[in-house]
Design a binder for this molecule. Structure first.
Ligand code: RP5
Length: 162
C-alpha cells in the first residue's frame, strides 16, 4: 500500500457525502489518499497530533472540508507548510457564504487555496495538479482526465453535428 500523498479531512461525518466525488477523482488518478474526520473545534488536540503525524508520514497536500464557522482548513494550514485546499460546505448562512468566507479569508502568510462550495472534484483536481508538478506520470493522467472531460462535452448527443 503506497503511503498517502493527500489527506482529506472532514470536519464532521455530515460532510462525508460531499467529499465522495473528490475522493473518486483521487482514485481515478491513482493518487494515494487517506480520509479522516477531525473537527477543528471539537477535537483540536487530535487535529494537532494528526497533522504533525501526516506531515511526517509523507502527506503533501491537505484537503479540508468544513461548514459553518469553517476553521478546519486554516487550523491545518497553521500547522503545516504543505499546500492546504479548503473545501467549504454549503448549507449554512447564505447557503454556505459563512463557510466560504471563513475558509478563504486567511491572514497573509498562511494561505488556503479555496474551491467553490461543495466542489470536492475541483479540490481533488487541484491537489492532483499540485502533485503533478513533480510527477510526470501523474501529469499525464491529469491531461488524460481533462481530455476525457472535454470529449464528454463534445460527444453529448445534444451537440450532434457540431
Ligand atoms: C462543521 O459544522 C462541519 O464541518 C459541518 O459541516 C458542520 C456541521 O457539523 P455537524 O453538526 O453535522 O457535526 O464543523
Amino acid at each position: 500500500m503506497p503511503s498517502p500523498l493527500v489527506s482529506v479531512i472532514c470536519g464532521s461525518r455530515s460532510d462525508l457525502e460531499a467529499v465522495e466525488k473528490g475522493v473518486a477523482v483521487l482514485t481515478d488518478l491513482a493518487i494515494p489518499y487517506e480520509l479522516r474526520i477531525i473537527s477543528a473545534h471539537r477535537a483540536p488536540a487530535l487535529l494537532e497530533r494528526y497533522v504533525q503525524a501526516a506531515d511526517d508520514r509523507g502527506v503533501r497536500v491537505f484537503i479540508c472540508a468544513a461548514g459553518l464557522a469553517a476553521h478546519l482548513a486554516g487550523a491545518v494550514a497553521a500547522r503545516t507548510s504543505w499546500p492546504v485546499i479548503g473545501l467549504p460546505m454549503p448549507g449554512g448562512v447564505g447557503g454556505g457564504l459563512d463557510a466560504l468566507l471563513s475558509t478563504v479569508q486567511m491572514p497573509p502568510g498562511v494561505p488556503v487555496a479555496t474551491v467553490g462550495l461543495g466542489n470536492s472534484r475541483n479540490a481533488a483536481l487541484l491537489a492532483a495538479q499540485i502533485l503533478a508538478i513533480s510527477d510526470t506520470a501523474l501529469a499525464e493522467r491529469v491531461v488524460a482526465f481533462r481530455a476525457a472531460q472535454t470529449r464528454a462535452v463534445e460527444d453529448d448527443p445534444l451537440n450532434e453535428g457540431l
